[in-house]
Design a protein around this ligand. Structure first.
Ligand code: TRP
Length: 486
C-alpha cells in the first residue's frame, strides 16, 4: 500500500478486512497502552479509572472511531481535506486534528529514547551516577534511582531521543519501513506473551495482591471529599480517561480518517471498529496488570500510586525483572533486554506512523516535496524534543514550564486533555448538525451490511457524546482556572 498517493479516486487500499484491522491496531497499540495507560490508571484511583475508561471506549470511542473511519472511506481524503470537502467553513477542524500528531511526535520520541536507554542498560549492564541518601554512588538499572539519574542527566535524554527520531526517519526514507511493519506481526504477539509472563511474576510479589485490588476494584469513595460528592474530581477523572482513550485508539487526530480512506468498500466498518477497540483495550488492561500491582507493592500503597507519573513503567518493570530468579538463575537481565526491545518495536511503529502523518500534512498544506517535508519534520521534531528531554533535569531547559508541568507533561496534557476533546466534540457536531448522521450510517451500511448499533450511534453522536464532552470539559476548564470549587 502506498500511503502517499494524494489522488482522490484511485487510492490504493488495504487488501482485506484483516489487513485493515491489523494496520489500524498496529497504529493504535503502542506506548499509549503500555506506558501511558498504567500510570494514568494508577494516578486516578485504579479500578474507578479502569471502569470509566472501558465505559468511555464502548460509548464515545465506538462512536468516534466509526465516524472517523466512515468519513475517511466516504470522502477518500485525509483529515486535513475531508471536513472542508463537505463544508468549506469546516476546514479549521481539519487543521486542529492535523496539529495533534505534530505536537505529540517530539515527546513520543523522547519516551522512545528512554526505552532505547533501557535496552542498552540491560544489554551492557550500564550504571548511572546517582545521589542516594546524600552520597554519590553508581546505580544499576534495577534500582529506582536509575530512572531519576537518567532523566535528570544533562544530555543523555537528548542524545537517546535524537537517536530515536533519526532512526524512525531513516526507516521512513530508506524504505525499510515495510519490513519493520511486517516484523511487527511477529513482535506484537511475542510482546503479548511476554507481558503475560511478566504479569504472572509481578502478581506473585508480596504485596501485589493489594495492588491488584486497587487496580481492578472500583472505589467510589474516590469521588467523595469531606463527606460530599466531588463532581470536579469525577470530571477530572473523566477527562483523563477520555484523553487516554482518544490517544490510545489514535482518535481525534485525523489518523483514523486517513486509515479509513484506504479501507475497502466491501469490508464491514462496524465489525472492524469493534475488533480494534477490543484488541487495544486488552493490551492496555494487560499492561496495567503487569505494572500497577507491582508498583503498588514496591511503593507501599495508594498514596504513592496517586503521585505516579510518566516514570511508572520504567521503575516498576525493572522491579519485577530483578525478582526473576528461578532455581537460582537470574533471568532478569535477559528479560529486561528482550522486553524493552519489544517495547522499542511497538514505539517505533507508532512513531513512524506519526512522523509519516506529519510529513504528509506538511506536504499537503505547503506543496513541498516529500523529501523537503521530511527535512522540515525532522528539524522541528529534533528541536522540540530537546525541551521535552531536558525538562526533568535541573540544568539547561530544566524545570517546569507551567506550575507542576515540565514541557513533556505540558505537550502531553495540551494534546490529550484539551485539543483532542475539542476535536472530538466538533467532529460529533459536524456529523450530527452539519452533514447529518446519515452521512456516516450510509457508509457503515454500504455493501448490504446492517448497522447493528445504529440507534445507539445516532443517540450518541447527536446528544450523549457532545453533551457529555461539553459538561466534562467545561467543568474541567473552570476547575483548572479556579472558577469553581466543591
Ligand atoms: N495510539 C498510539 C499509542 O497508543 C499513539 C499514537 C497517537 C499514534 N497518535 C498516533 C500512533 C498516530 C500512530 C499514529 O501509542
Amino acid at each position: 500500500m502506498n500511503q502517499s498517493s494524494p489522488q482522490k479516486n484511485n487510492r490504493p487500499s488495504w487488501s482485506g478486512q484483516f489487513a485493515f484491522i491489523i494496520a489500524a491496531a498496529a497504529s493504535a497499540i503502542g506506548l499509549g497502552n503500555i506506558w501511558r495507560f498504567p500510570y494514568l490508571a494508577a494516578q486516578y484511583g485504579g479500578g474507578i479509572f479502569l471502569l470509566i475508561y472501558i465505559l468511555m471506549t464502548v460509548t464515545l470511542g465506538f462512536t468516534l472511531m466509526t465516524t472517523e473511519v466512515a468519513i475517511g472511506r466516504r470522502t477518500k481524503l485525509s483529515a486535513m481535506k475531508a471536513f472542508s470537502s463537505e463544508r468549506k467553513s469546516w476546514g479549521l477542524l481539519g487543521w486542529i486534528v492535523t496539529l495533534v500528531p505534530v505536537v505529540i511526535v517530539p515527546y513520543y520520541c523522547v519516551i522512545g529514547g528512554w526505552i532505547t536507554k533501557y535496552i542498552l542498560a540491560y544489554v551492557f549492564d550500564q550504571k548511572m551516577e546517582a545521589v542516594v541518601d546524600g552520597a554519590t554512588t553508581m546505580v544499576s538499572v534495577s534500582q529506582g534511582d536509575f530512572f531519576t539519574a537518567f532523566i535528570t542527566h544533562p544530555w543523555q535524554p537528548v542524545a537517546f531521543g535524537s537517536f530515536f527520531i533519526l532512526f524512525s526517519m531513516w526507516l521512513i526514507f530508506s524504505g525499510v519501513k515495510n519490513g519493520i511493519e511486517r516484523s511487527n506481526k511477529i513482535m506484537m504477539p511475542i510482546l503479548l506473551i511476554l507481558s503475560v509472563v511478566i504479569c504472572a511474576f509481578s502478581l506473585m510479589q508480596p504485596g501485589s495482591f493489594e495492588g491488584l485490588k486497587y487496580y481492578l476494584l472500583p472505589n467510589f469513595k474516590e469521588f467523595v471529599a469531606d463527606g460530599r460528592f466531588d463532581f470536579v474530581r469525577l470530571c477530572k477523572t473523566c477527562v483523563g480517561a477520555m484523553g487516554q482513550m482518544f490517544y490510545s485508539l489514535s482518535l481525534a487526530m485525523g489518523i483514523m480518517i486517513t486509515y479509513g480512506s484506504y479501507m475497502r468498500k466491501e469490508n464491514s466498518i462496524e465489525r472492524s471498529v469493534r475488533r480494534i477497540e477490543i484488541l487495544d483495550t486488552l493490551v492496555a488492561v494487560l499492561a496495567g496488570l503487569m505494572i500497577i500491582p507491582v508498583a503498588y507493592a514496591l511503593g507501599n500503597g495508594p498514596e504513592v500510586m496517586q503521585k505516579s507519573g510518566p516514570g511508572l513503567m520504567f521503575v516498576a518493570l525493572p522491579g519485577v525483572f530483578e525478582k526473576m530468579v528461578v532455581y537460582g538463575i537470574n533471568f532478569g537481565r535477559i528479560m529486561g533486554a528482550v522486553m524493552f526491545l519489544l517495547l522499542f518495536f511497538a514505539a517505533v511503529t507508532s512513531s513512524v506512523s506519526l512522523l509519516e502523518t506529519v510529513v504528509a500534512s506538511i506536504r499537503d498544506s505547503t506543496g513541498l516535496s516529500r523529501r523537503a517535508s521530511g527535512i522540515v519534520t525532522l528539524v522541528y521534531t529534533l528541536l522540540l524534543a530537546v525541551p521535552s528531554a531536558l525538562g526533568y533535569g535541573k540544568g539547561f531547559l530544566g524545570g517546569e514550564v507551567i506550575p507542576g508541568m515540565t514541557f513533556l507533561d505540558f505537550s502531553d496534557y495540551i494534546t490529550n486533555n484539551v485539543m483532542m476533546p475539542i476535536a472530538a466534540f466538533f467532529t460529533c457536531i459536524f456529523v450530527s448538525r452539519v452533514v447529518g448522521t446519515r452521512f456516516v450510517e450510509e457508509e457503515v451500511e454500504h455493501g448490504g451490511y446492517s448497522f447493528k448499533a445504529r440507534g445507539f450511534y445516532r443517540v450518541m453522536c447527536r446528544w450523549v457524546a457532545p453533551v457529555l464532552m461539553l459538561v466534562i470539559f467545561v467543568t474541567f476548564v473552570l476547575a483548572g482556572l479556579g472558577k469553581i470549587k466543591i
